[in-house]
Design a protein around this ligand. Structure first.
Ligand code: FES
Length: 78
């Protein structure tokens, strides 16, 4: 969803910012290489920055080399 028409900025792009770029609206805009123009987007960008962050996908811990039985799979009989 576009949240800043002046800069064609979407909520997805704001949410994709790294943690260190998410301080203030000015920090976020600076990280994105854009500037506030009319300012109508500032409250919604602030609410996105203050809102819940997307969860980091959890990855299973799989060793570099694992036996099929360690992965919970069996060998196929021929
Ligand atoms: S809508 Fe974002 S600066 Fe105008």
């Amino acid at each position: 969803m576009y949240v800043c028409v002046c800069n064609a900025l979407t909520d997805r792009k704001i949410r994709s910012l790294s943690e260190c770029s998410r301080g203030t609206v000015a920090d976020a805009y600076r990280a994105l290489g854009i500037k506030v123009q009319c300012g109508k987007c500032v409250p919604i960008v602030r609410s996105i920055l203050d809102g819940p962050q997307p969860e980091t996908p959890k990855t299973a811990s799989i060793p570099a080399f694992a036996m099929p039985s360690q992965l919970g799979v069996g060998l196929v009989d021929a």
